[in-house]
Structure formats: structure tokens, C-alpha cells
Design a protein around this ligand. Structure first.
Ligand SMILES: C[S@@+](CC[C@H](N)C(=O)[O-])C[C@H]1O[C@@H](n2cnc3c(N)ncnc32)[C@H](O)[C@@H]1O
Length: 190
């Protein structure tokens, strides 16, 4: 069967991430992606993970246990990637799950402006062949504006520098998530 957007995001990450790589989880939440990335990069790699909620950090720490010293958890928005991840640190992949933390306060959501700042910072650091993936949940208040911002931003990236893919079930009810994958091309100037 076709993979859900969430599962397909992991497939796209797994295809390219090697042990020792440096990667970003831009929306840590309950730590599912942080754990998945930590396993892929292994003890020689590095995962930079961001969230603005104490609860997300606590849940992620519990999920990782002692198993992932390669993960650095920041209680900070992904808009701080610019300052918290040095520009000379090459990033192989980044993942966002946009929206709110499941089973938590639905008014604490990712926002178009800070998501854009994070995408700018990631693309500056992304290696050739690297991928920035966004799984966009947009059924909540404010979600449609962010979806439009991300699709507009990614859809206008220059074709000579990036491959940009969207993946979505278009016959499902209740706003199924949209996956966007941006891949940096060889010879990219940006
Ligand atoms: C859909 S959840 C992420 C789910 C997560 N990937 C997981 O595996 O559980 C979205 C998360 O983004 C967080 N968030 C909201 N604004 C943020 C920001 N500016 N920077 C980083 N995280 C943010 C929310 O607190 C929430 O935990």
C-alpha cells in the first residue's frame, strides 16, 4: 500500500542519511523523529532538535533514554537554527512536522514567519544531495496560512538548485498532511 506522508518522510530520510551525518529535527514534539534520526546518524553523528515547549523536551528525553548522546535538544524555536547551528556545519537532512503537539495545547502551533526563517537557515547549510522535508498538518486554525507560505516558498526555489516534491492523498477527508521534500542539486549556488 502507499505510505502515509509521515512514513514516506522516514523513507526519504533513510535513503540519504549515513552514520556520522549531521541532521536537524526542527519540531521535536514527542521525539519520534529525533529518535529515528539518532538511530540513522549513530554515535558519530549529530542531531540538533528544537521545540519551544518544555513538555516536548521532557517527552523526547524520556523517549531517547541514554541511547542517544548524539542528540542535542534545544528548548528554543527553530528560528534559532541560524545561531544554534554554525553555518560551517554541513546538514544532510532536516525534518519538520508542522502544526501542534498531539494531545496538548492546540493553540501552540508552528507559524509561517518562523518556519520561513528556519527554512532559510537550513537551506544555507544543506549539503548537495541533502533533503529538507516538511510534513504539513493544516486542519487547525492558522494551519492554512502556514501551508500556503511553505508551498509558495518551496515552489519558488530555483529549479537549477533544487528538486522540490509534494506528496499527498488528494481523495481523503479531514485535510490529510502534505509532504514537501526539497533536495539540493549538484552545482547549486544557493
Ligand atoms: C506536530 S508537532 C511535532 C511532532 C514530532 N515530530 C513528534 O515526533 O512527535 C509540532 C511541534 O512543533 C513545536 N513548535 C511550535 N513552534 C515551534 C518553533 N518555532 N520551533 C520549534 N518547534 C516549534 C510544537 O511545540 C510541537 O511540539
Amino acid at each position: 500500500m502507499l505510505q502515509t506522508a509521515l512514513r514516506y518522510s522516514h523513507t526519504l530520510l533513510k535513503e540519504i542519511i549515513q552514520p556520522g551525518d549531521q541532521v536537524i529535527d526542527a519540531t521535536m514534539g514527542n521525539g519520534n523523529d529525533t529518535l529515528f534520526l539518532s538511530e540513522l546518524v549513530g554515535p558519530e553523528g549529530k542531531v540538533y532538535a528544537f521545540d519551544i515547549q518544555e513538555q516536548a523536551l521532557a517527552n523526547t528525553k524520556e523517549k531517547l533514554g541514554d541511547a542517544a548522546p548524539q542528540a542535542s535538544l534545544f528548548l528554543a524555536g527553530h528560528e534559532t537554527i541560524e545561531t544554534n547551528v554554525p553555518e560551517d556545519h554541513p546538514i544532510k537532512a532536516a525534518i519538520f512536522n508542522l502544526g501542534y503537539l498531539p494531545n496538548s495545547d492546540k493553540t501552540i502551533i508552528t507559524l509561517p514567519e518562523t518556519t520561513k526563517q528556519a527554512m532559510d537557515a537550513i537551506l544555507k547549510r544543506l549539503t548537495v544531495g541533502g533533503r529538507m522535508i516538511l510534513v504539513i498538518y493544516y486542519g487547525h486554525d492558522g494551519g492554512a496560512a502556514e501551508k500556503n507560505e511553505v508551498l509558495n516558498y518551496c515552489g519558488n526555489l530555483p529549479q537549477k538548485s533544487y528538486n522540490v516534491l509534494t506528496y499527498q492523498f488528494i481523495n481523503q477527508k479531514n485535510n490529510p498532511p502534505i509532504l514537501v521534500c526539497v533536495e539540493k542539486k549538484k552545482g547549486s549556488q544557493e
